[in-house]
Write a protein of this length. Structure first.
Length: 195
């Protein structure tokens, strides 16, 4: 079996797995030079044709770093809460973790304390892989909690768009805002928008 055949049975492959399958590192380097493989992070490769699919960048990041969670502007884009189209994938990783080394896509890393990274997570499964992302209410609360990084106008826009949805859960949003320590910040906006 040649490398192309081996790779087209998979979407992502680690260098170690390719070596164990009998492929020489030189063969892998040539595949990268020829443009049909892309190095995502040290030791992780994927087929370049996957870039055409929605949210493959999220899968790239979460495959390269299994502790990464899509957050902030990327999460707001995913839920259609923001009109801002980020050029970088924003991820949360645990505080005091190793430096994140991902070559593609471009990323912005936020180091979350254990009290803020261990909840409000959902897993999205696609035909190309999975990614973890903070749920809608957690994403709104994080936007307010980190509004100095993200921009208060983006946080307010996201809240307005969330509240327009028929499935908006005010009780859950309130509980999350308490847990995120942004209740006093977010409550006046909710009152002004909802009435």
């Amino acid at each position: 079996m040649n490398l192309k055949t081996y790779f087209y049975q998979r979407h992502y492959v680690r260098m170690q797995d390719m070596k164990e399958a009998g492929f020489h590192p030189r063969t892998i380097a040539e595949a990268v030079e020829n443009g049909w493989l892309e190095k995502v992070s040290p030791g992780l490769y994927r087929r370049t044709d996957l870039i055409e699919h929605n949210f493959v960048n999220f899968i790239d990041v979460c495959t390269a770093r299994q502790d990464a969670i899509i957050c902030l502007s990327s999460a707001l884009e995913y839920y259609d809460f923001s009109t801002v189209n980020p050029h970088r994938v924003t991820i949360a990783v645990p505080q005091n973790t190793d430096i994140v080394r991902i070559f593609t896509p471009p990323i912005d890393v936020f180091y979350f304390k254990e009290t803020q990274i261990s909840w409000g997570i959902k897993t999205v499964e696609t035909e190309y892989g999975i990614f973890r992302i903070f749920d809608e209410e957690k994403s709104i609360c994080d936007a307010f909690r980190l509004r100095n990084n993200l921009g208060e106008d983006i946080a307010i826009e996201a809240l307005k768009n969330y509240l327009k949805k028929p499935e908006a859960n005010l009780w859950k949003l309130r509980e999350y805002s308490i847990r995120s320590r942004v209740k006093s910040i977010i409550a006046p906006y909710i009152k002004a928008i909802v009435g």
